[in-house]
Design a protein around this ligand. Structure first.
Ligand code: EPS
Length: 353
């Protein structure tokens, strides 16, 4: 069991390592007749790509996605939909000096403990490169949801290190800055913070939120197929994710019942502390999920660590690393939201009609 697949009736498998010849995905269960083109998928991939600003890794992949199965004359056929992207800008020699060392905070150590085998080049499957195919698959789900249910999904950077970025939501501006920040007034502060951080060689975490609008009521299932459980699982499966909240999330701890309950009127709910999900089933309100991303663990600042012989060594990571992986996470959380919602929409149709 390697768990490279997720989803119930819409099942996505990803494969490939960061420095291998290619990465890819297979989507099983996509209904036939959906119009989809490589160009549409490339548009989504470009939003996630590194090297677009000085604030992300300078690795420049073309992400020239090819659809190699499941689409004929521009439409899905209902068979396995497979996509492939060649890796064209990997520099494996950056990893030579740490090939027998474990970066503290990185999956190097646990992959080694589990498999007794290590692909040291670029983090292998634990690299942010793996998220590329989630975005490719998510583009298909997003289109299906839009056509079939008018669902619209939008993510944004809610916090970067100490800077809270969504006190003011200007939805239009999210796509017009390198951070997916919804408040244009925060952008100069983010630029200054990131320039200083990059020079220091350190990294920082981030919070990334996503909202899905027009989600029909009734998606999800009691008790073990809860929509929020599947969303949390999907978000936590993203490399570097460390926490997930649905709606008010951990704020619920300090809320009173009278405050938390979203009162209902003939005109609709009066709040959305539930994040659009009650008892594991969508309520028809916006579905809102927040994900915490840890600071990147590949740092050029030396630290104490162990090598594969258990010897204490000083670890220094070279290469082109993101000082904040959360900056590129917005399209990824959107993709995971889309894939989970499409899966649940199809499950609902299967059971209820
Ligand atoms: C990554 C390290 C960098 C990033 C990579 C994720 O790769 P490398 O060390 O090979 O230069 O560029 O991200 C991508 C390639 C991508 O497409 O997201 C890491 O350690 O996670």
């Amino acid at each position: 069991m390697s768990y490279n697949s997720f989803g119930h009736v819409l099942r996505v498998t990803t494969f490939g390592e960061s420095h291998g010849p290619a990465i890819g995905c297979v989507i099983d269960g996509c209904p036939p007749g959906l119009e989809i083109s490589p160009e549409e998928i490339r548009t989504e991939l470009a939003r996630r790509a590194s090297g677009k600003s000085r604030h992300t890794s300078q690795r420049r992949e073309k992400d020239d996605v090819q659809i190699v199965s499941g689409v004929f004359e521009g439409k899905t056929t209902g068979t396995s939909l497979a996509m492939l992207i060649e890796n064209t800008d990997a520099k494996s020699k950056d990893y030579e000096n740490i090939k027998r060392q474990f970066r503290p905070g990185h999956a190097d150590y646990t992959y080694w403990k589990k498999y007794g085998f290590r692909d040291y080049r670029g983090g292998g499957r634990s690299s942010a490169r793996e998220t590329t195919m989630r975005v490719a698959a998510g583009a298909v789900a997003r289109k299906w949801l839009r056509i079939n249910h008018s669902v619209e999904i939008q993510g944004w950077l809610a916090q970067l290190g100490p800077i809270r970025t969504d006190a003011m939501m200007d939805w239009e501006s999210i796509e017009h800055n390198p951070f997916f920040c919804p408040d244009p007034k925060c952008v100069p502060e983010l630029e200054t913070y990131m320039d200083k951080l990059r020079k220091s060689g350190d990294s920082v975490g981030a919070r990334v939120n996503v909202i899905a609008r027009n989600v029909p009521a009734g998606l999800g299932a009691p008790v073990y197929g809860k929509l929020d459980a599947d969303l949390a699982s999907a978000m936590m499966s993203i490399n570097a994710a460390k926490g997930v909240e649905i709606g008010a999330g951990f704020e619920s701890v300090s809320q009173m019942g009278t405050e938390h309950r979203d009162e209902m009127t003939a005109d609709g709910f009066l709040g959305n502390n539930a994040g659009g999900i009650l008892g594991g089933i969508s309520s028809g309100q916006d579905v809102v999920v927040s994900t915490a991303f840890k600071p990147t663990s590949s740092l050029r600042i030396p630290c104490r660590g162990l090598d594969m012989d258990g010897k204490e060594v000083e670890i220094v990571t070279k290469g082109r690393h993101d000082p904040c992986v959360g900056i590129r996470a917005t399209p990824i959380v959107e993709a995971m939201m889309a894939l989970v919602l499409m899966d649940h929409a199809m499950l609902h149709r299967a059971q209820i009609g």
